[in-house]
Design a protein around this ligand. Structure first.
Ligand code: MN3
Length: 206
């Protein structure tokens, strides 16, 4: 997908992730926040026809190549565009409740166990000061890594492929959880579709 970018469909009902993520949060988060990143990304690129053939991932992977005048807008809104697309997808209702196969082995190798990974992921997410994301990413060798990023920065900017992410901007949880970010993070595991994460892992290492 390239310019003009479309807001990806959610693929399930706004209330499908209840009670862990409430319908009103999903309506605003997808229909307003993600839509806003999409339109602002398009706005930044509108007068740069030479960039219209590039995917958002390609733009983020080489921000230095962009004109100074739009680098920040693409970083923020292109990041917001791809980060949210991943977020909705890995929370698709159904699917496996734990990883399997090569992804499970990679998580065990990197973190010791699934529970140890979850602890590190939640700590990264809870410890991100202000707005940002926590990630499970994979490098070119199949090794997985866990860390947080600020604002809408994407691991793609570091040459890594994100395969699981959680949004810790307050807009992601404030209606339901107010200041209780750790409660939101604990509930997040109930809606993670590990089949989706595993498919992303396999695609990244293929
Ligand atoms: Mn968000």
């Amino acid at each position: 997908m390239a310019y003009p970018f479309d807001l990806p469909a959610l693929g399930y009902a706004h209330d499908a992730l209840e009670p862990h993520i409430d319908a009103r949060t999903m309506e605003i988060h997808h229909g307003k926040h993600h839509a806003g990143y999409t339109s602002k990304l398009n706005g930044a690129l509108e007068s740069h026809a030479d960039l219209h053939g590039k995917s958002a991932e390609a733009l983020l992977s080489d921000l230095d190549a962009l004109p100074d005048s739009i680098r920040g807008a693409v970083r923020n809104n292109g990041g917001g565009y791809v980060n949210h697309a991943l977020f909705w997808d890995v929370m698709t209702p159904g699917g496996a409740s734990s990883p399997s196969g090569d992804l499970a082995a990679a998580i065990d190798a990197a973190f010791g166990s699934l529970d140890d990974f979850k602890s590190q992921f939640e700590a990264a997410a809870a410890g991100q000061f202000g707005s940002g994301w926590a990630w499970l990413c994979v490098d070119g060798t199949g090794t997985v890594k866990c860390f947080a990023t600020a604002n809408q920065d994407s691991p793609i900017m570091q040459g890594l492929t994100p395969i699981l992410g959680v949004d810790v901007w307050e807009h992601a949880y404030y209606l339901n959880y107010q200041n209780r970010r750790p409660d939101y993070l604990a509930a997040f595991w109930n809606v993670v579709n590990w089949d989706k994460v595993g498919a992303r892992y396999r695609a990244a290492v293929a």
